[in-house]
Structure formats: structure tokens, C-alpha cells
Write a protein that binds this ligand. Structure first.
Ligand SMILES: Cc1cc2nc3c(=O)[nH]c(=O)nc-3n(C[C@H](O)[C@H](O)[C@H](O)COP(=O)(O)OP(=O)(O)OC[C@H]3O[C@@H](n4cnc5c(N)ncnc54)[C@H](O)[C@@H]3O)c2cc1C
Length: 506
């Protein structure tokens, strides 16, 4: 059974590694020279910078990466953060700084210290909802892709509803009301919520539906970890797992067109880069998985209509820099500015992570949301001057978090939606998936072709590195189930663990 996965993002590689582990013949096509896409790490002037994602979670006992380590027999090189350690700090307009430590008791204490006891009720609600959702989310077939998934959803939903029957109305209401409905009127606290939800759900507390908001705010308590060597080590480890199981990850291989016959995809046309630039290949397979945005997948399909990113889609402006260790004031590894001007999310490398910078130097990335429309149709000159203006604004904002940053920076590198479009091939540079305004925003992995699946940010549970890995687990389970190879995916995959190399299925 031959499988082609288009795109070596974390979503695509998770499916690829799980399918290769189950004995399928897997080929991953990646247009770029390294894996990871929005969660990749690249070299520039001797430093390793994160292309997009910087903050990692999912290493708790039930977390997706802990599960993948078990299933794939891999080890992700990370440092798990200890309870009490400040994961991030949020800077408010009144000068207050809210720490977000690992562990609920520590977090509650930090919240009380800044906002008073009035926020306790909110956090009690958040904990209850988040725990309920985490119990349900792994492998949840939502929206269902077929009748079997419909039945499984109904079954799981029913037993979950029975467990939570005393609070069921509240839970259902939280699928439609916004997170803000639960927040006390404290303006600083509301600003804190808006800032935190913007990075997790791509919209503010007044628009993020409450159930998603509760889960998104749980991040510090869901196994946060520092990837040693940069976020790209997650994708690199998954790519190695594919190869170790006999699969292939082909870089500089861009899928240009899918060829279909009799309602099934039968091949992909590939354009090669590097030394083989200009060459083309045709690759046949039995199954295809697209780690692409909906519009980018449409563009590969014969006769499909153009599909633009949604009107509320975001792009990112990213500023990468290296600075001497001595210039970094003490504080958390992640710092969010939620005061005047752009809300910047700053991420620092772990002190002493010499895989990213020489001793005594730290690398940092600062990102801000930017509207895609502002970057469309610009002349080269207008683009350059807008990029420089943004870079200057970002430097100013980083200065607020790291005084003296401008003078101490050893190197500066800006990235715009155009940069993302070029390197990750995402349409218009759209990143972050759908803003989570209601639960039906994410789509099913199903496509109009029975042997073509999609994975990544556009399917449940949406954006973030652990979320796309969970989506990858689900797609792998669906594919294996269709082939009659896995009923409960875990049991089959774990059962395979005793047969080194898995078995090949043809
Ligand atoms: C600025 C920024 C900050 C973020 N911060 C965080 C964070 O701190 N924590 C977090 O968890 N998440 C964060 N995210 C989100 C996270 O990075 C993404 O949700 C996740 O990495 C998306 O993975 P994916 O599998 O959907 O696809 P992608 O990462 O988009 O990967 C798709 C891959 O497919 C390749 N490709 C595309 N078209 C083709 C083609 N035609 N042929 C071959 N290959 C192709 C691309 O090159 C890419 O490698 C951030 C994202 C951004 C942009």
C-alpha cells in the first residue's frame, strides 16, 4: 500500500510516521529543504531560529508527544518545564506583569496577586471545562468523516455527556457563548484574556467560544517543554521516524498537481528543486494525505474552484534576533506585550542551548499578528518599505520587554506574510488556521476523493504544534481503519511495537 503525504509539517509527518510504523510504504514530499513548515527551525548566520511556532506543549502524561514517543519509539529532545517555573509573562497597559507558571495552584496564586480574588471563579470554571474537554478531545472524530465516525462520535459524546450530566447545559452553552461571558469585569484581566487568546485561538475573548477558550488557557498545565535546538527538532524527530520505518522524506519536491481518474486520485505531479531544478516526476500511490491549507489543496485538484483564505485569516510578522545573554533581563522564556501598539509575543531560547547559539548568546523571535490584506498587491518598493516600517515597530516593542535591545542585537531578520508564502507555500502567507469563533469552524479530514485526506491546522482540533499532531493521529487511525488494519488505533500501533520495523502492507 503506497501512501504519499504532501508536506512535511508536524501534521503531515505525524501521519507519515504512524503509517510507516504500521507497515505502509510512505513517501513524504516537501518543497523546502528541511521539515517543519510553520514549526520548522532554520540556520541564519550561525544561529538557529524558529520559523513560526516557539512554545511547545503536549509532554504531560496524556499529552500527544508523550503518546507519540511511546507509539513510534522515538525521543523528542526537550526539557520539560517544572511545576512553579514561569512559562510566560504578560505585560499589561498599566505596567502590571502577570506570570503564567506551570501548575494550577501556582497559576491561581499569580492571578490573585495581580487581579485579586475576583478572578477565582473564572479559573474554577476554566479548570472544570478544560479537564472535561481534554477527556474528550484525543482522537475525537469531529466533524465525523463517515458513518462509522458518526457512530463513534455519538457513542463517545453520550458517555461523556453522562459523566457530565449535572453540568451538561452549561457545557453546551459554552459551545456557543464567548469566553468573555465568564470573565469578571476587571479591565486588566480582560486585556490579559484577549492577549492570551489571540495567540491561541486567533481571536479575542469576546469571540473565542468558551469551551475552546478554557482549553486554550490551559496551555501552561499541559506538559510545556523547551525544544532543545529549536522547535524544528519535533519535525526532525518525526521525519527520522518515517525513514527508520522504511519511508522516504523527499525535500525540494513540490507537489504541483494531483491527477484523478474514476473519482480517485491516482498520481501527483512533482516539480523538483535544487540541483534537479526544472525536472518533473510523476508519483503514483494508493492513498494521498495533504498537509495543506484548504485553498492550497484546491489549487492542486483538477478543475477545482479557487478558494481564498477566510476574511478573518491572519498573517504574522516575525522578527528574529540574537543577543548577548547579559542583555536579557531575568524573567520567563516567553513574554507577551499587551500594552500600547502591536501585541508582541517574544520567545527566547533556553539559556545554555548551544545548539541554537554559541555560549553566552541567546536567540529570540518576536511575532505579531498582521492582516493579510495589508500585504497583498504591493509593488516591490512598497513591500520593502512596509517591511522596514514593521521591523522598526517590532524593534520598538521588543525594547519594551528587553530594554537596550536595539543596541545589543547581534543580528536582525524580519519575516512577513510574503516570507511565509515563499517558505511554507501557504496561500497569501495565511498562518494560524481558522479563528476559533465556533466549533464548526474546523473541517473534517475528508475530501471529495475517497483516497485523499487532509491534515494540519484546518482539521480538528485546529492550530498549534500539539493540535496538528493530534489531527495527524486521527488521520492515521482513519486510514488504517479503512484498510482494516486498526480498530482502536492505539492497540494496533502498540501491538506492532513488538515487531521491529513493523510489517509491510501491499
Ligand atoms: C508566527 C507563528 C507563531 C506560532 N506560534 C506557535 C506556538 O508558539 N506554539 C504552537 O504550538 N503553535 C504555534 N504556531 C502554529 C503552528 O506553527 C502551526 O499550527 C503548525 O505548525 C501547523 O502545522 P501543519 O502541519 O498544519 O502545517 P505547516 O507547518 O504549514 O506545514 C506544511 C508543510 O507543507 C509544505 N508544502 C506546502 N505546499 C507544498 C507542496 N505543494 N508540495 C510539497 N510541500 C508543500 C510546506 O513547505 C510545509 O513544510 C505558530 C505559527 C506561526 C506562523
Amino acid at each position: 500500500m503506497r501512501v504519499v503525504v504532501i508536506g512535511a509539517g508536524v501534521g503531515g509527518l505525524t501521519v507519515a510516521a504512524l503509517l510507516a510504523r504500521a507497515g505502509l510504504e510512505v513517501t513524504v514530499l516537501e518543497h523546502h529543504t528541511y521539515p517543519g513548515g510553520s514549526a520548522g527551525t532554520f540556520w541564519h548566520r550561525g544561529f538557529r531560529f524558529d520559523a513560526g511556532a516557539t512554545l511547545l506543549a503536549g509532554f504531560d502524561e496524556e499529552g500527544v508527544f508523550t503518546r507519540l514517543e511511546r507509539r513510534l519509539g522515538v525521543h523528542f529532545p526537550v526539557r520539560r518545564l517544572a511545576p512553579g517555573e514561569a512559562l510566560m509573562e504578560v505585560w499589561l497597559p498599566d505596567g502590571g506583569v502577570v506570570a503564567r507558571p506551570v501548575g494550577r495552584a501556582f497559576e491561581l496564586e499569580a492571578q490573585r496577586a495581580v487581579f485579586g480574588r475576583g478572578v477565582e471563579g473564572f479559573w474554577r470554571w476554566q479548570e472544570k471545562r478544560a479537564l472535561a474537554l481534554w477527556r474528550l478531545a484525543p482522537g475525537l472524530p469531529f466533524p465525523p468523516a463517515d458513518v462509522k465516525e458518526c457512530l463513534s462520535l455519538a457513542q463517545r459524546g453520550l458517555s461523556w455527556a453522562l459523566v457530565h450530566r449535572a453540568d451538561l447545559l452549561g457545557l453546551l452553552a459554552d459551545l456557543v457563548r464567548p469566553t468573555l461571558a465568564h470573565a469578571p469585569a476587571h479591565p486588566g484581566f480582560r486585556r490579559f484574556l484577549d492577549a492570551q487568546l489571540l495567540i491561541a485561538s486567533q481571536t479575542d475573548a469576546g469571540h473565542t467560544y468558551a469551551l475552546f477558550g478554557a482549553a486554550a488557557l490551559d496551555l501552561p498545565h499541559r506538559g510545556p517543554a523547551m525544544p532543545l535546538g529549536g522547535m524544528g527538532v519535533i519535525a526532525e524527530t518525526l521525519a527520522q521516524a518515517v525513514v527508520r520505518r522504511g519511508g522516504r522524506v523527499l525535500y525540494r519536491h513540490r507537489a504541483e498537481r494531483l491527477q484523478a481518474r474514476n473519482g480517485r486520485v491516482e498520481a501527483v505531479e512533482v516539480v523538483l528543486g535544487g540541483r534537479r531544478r526544472g525536472e518533473r516526476e510523476r508519483l503514483e500511490a494508493d492513498l494521498f494525505v495533504a498537509n495543506l491549507t484548504p485553498g492550497d489543496l484546491m489549487a492542486l485538484l483538477p478543475g477545482a474552484a479557487h478558494q481564498a483564505p477566510p476574511a478573518d485569516a491572519w498573517g504574522a510578522f516575525m522578527l528574529h534576533a540574537a543577543i548577548p545573554e547579559a542583555a536579557v533581563p531575568p524573567g520567563a522564556l516567553y513574554r507577551q506585550w499587551a500594552g500600547e501598539g502591536e501585541w508582541v509575543f517574544l520567545s527566547l531560547s533556553d539559556p545554555g542551548d548551544t545548539r541554537r547559539a554559541p555560549p553566552g548568546v541567546r536567540v529570540l523571535s518576536a511575532s505579531a499578528h498582521t492582516r493579510l490584506a495589508d500585504w497583498r498587491g504591493l509593488s516591490e518598493e512598497a513591500y520593502r518599505s512596509q517591511k522596514m516600517a514593521w521591523q522598526e515597530r517590532m524593534v520598538r516593542q521588543v525594547e519594551r520587554l528587553i530594554p537596550g535591545f536595539r543596541e545589543s542585537a547581534l543580528c536582525l531578520l524580519g519575516a512577513t506574510p510574503r516570507t511565509y508564502q515563499f517558505y511554507t507555500r501557504r496561500q497569501d502567507g495565511w498562518v494560524g488556521g481558522y479563528p476559533q469563533v465556533h466549533p464548526l469552524r474546523t473541517s473534517s479530514p475528508k475530501t471529495p476523493f475517497p483516497n485523499l485526506w487532509r491534515v494540519g491546522e484546518s482539521i480538528f482540533p485546529g492550530q498549534s504544534v500539539p493540535a496538528v499532531a493530534m489531527g495527524g493521529e486521527r488521520v492515521a487511525a482513519l486510514v488504517l481503519d479503512r484498510l482494516g488494519l486498526a480498530q482502536p488505533a492505539d492497540a494496533v500501533l502498540e501491538g506492532c511495537a513488538s515487531a521491529p520495523g513493523g510489517h509491510r502492507v501491499r
